[in-house]
Ligand binder design. Structure first.
Ligand SMILES: Nc1ncnc2c1ncn2[C@@H]1O[C@H](COP(=O)(O)OP(=O)(O)OP(=O)(O)O)[C@@H](O)[C@H]1O
Ligand SMILES: [Mg+2]
Length: 251
């Protein structure tokens, strides 16, 4: 397996009124193609900052982020925007959907805007519909964004993040706003996408969600403090082991 993401000595410092806040301190890790990795850690430990820095949404203070072997910290804004649109998908807690568009049109939008994708409009709309069918929300295709449940909206966000067939999907607490059932459904879909080849890196507070990932990185105060590899005979056993591991880390 080849590395899709290599993070080397990544640092991020915020300066507010001359006070420095070193949020990421020499973070190093690699994500292999096809992996599903969870990032866990206390609130304020730098998880979202890490996700933004490695996905090119924010510029690191120093260090390198190699995506498919290419250092994205060295790219121009346009080059970076192109890679983000074509190769990466994003799911964030605050879900920005356009109010004046239907759910289907919102999902299709990134594909329609993607000039590098030569497929016609009809084909892109069909792709958006197929994703909605796959995530069981096709019945709300023509609804406005305020006419769907939280779980449906989150699944719509996953569809939208997948419409350009990204190689790597970033998610910041994709199940954060959902109840147990909806959260389980969303994880089921993410695991399916991962099974079909999409690499996934997600931040989560939920051990049940993290237990579905093959690897968990635990970050404390801007550093990776531990790494957990999934194991055990069953999901329940893996979840129990992960919980024990988290307890030992002071979770
Ligand atoms: N844009 C910003 N400007 C200044 N400081 C920031 C900014 N974003 C985050 N921080 C600071 O960086 C630190 C880490 O924040 P971050 O959002 O990465 O934490 P987190 O681990 O995602 O927490 P949570 O679990 O609560 O989402 C915090 O001290 C926060 O105040
Ligand atoms: Mg966060």
């Amino acid at each position: 397996m080849a590395a899709i993401l290599e993070v080397k000595d990544l640092c991020k410092t915020y300066v507010i009124e001359k006070r420095q806040n070193n949020v990421l301190k020499n973070v190093n890790f690699t994500v292999e193609e096809g992996e599903m990795v969870a990032i866990m850690g206390p609130s304020g430990s730098g998880k979202s900052t890490l996700l933004y820095a490695v996905s090119g949404m924010d510029t690191p203070t120093s260090g390198h982020v190699l995506f498919d072997g290419k250092d994205i910290t060295k790219l121009s804004a346009n080059q970076l925007a192109e890679i983000r649109l074509n190769k990466m998908g994003f799911i964030f807690q605050q879900m920005y959907m356009m109010k004046n568009l239907t759910i289907l049109d919102n999902i299709a939008l990134p594909a329609l805007e993607n000039k590098a994708d030569r497929a016609g409009k009809a084909e892109k709309m069909k792709r958006a519909e197929e994703l909605m069918r796959k995530l069981s929300i096709i019945e709300v295709a023509d609804n406005d964004i305020n006419e769907v449940s939280g779980g449906q909206l989150q699944r719509a966000c996953i569809c939208r993040s997948m419409v350009n067939k990204p190689k790597l999907l970033f998610a910041d607490e994709p199940t954060g706003a959902l109840n147990r059932t909806a959260s389980g459904e969303v994880m089921e879909e993410l695991a399916k996408l991962n099974g079909e080849g999409t690499t996934i890196m997600m931040v989560t507070h939920d051990a049940k969600v993290a237990a579905r990932c093959k690897r968990v990185l635990y970050i404390v105060d801007g550093n990776i403090k531990g790494e957990y590899l999934s194991g055990g005979d069953s999901t329940a056993e893996n979840e129990r082991r992960l919980n024990n591991w988290l307890l030992d880390l002071g979770w």
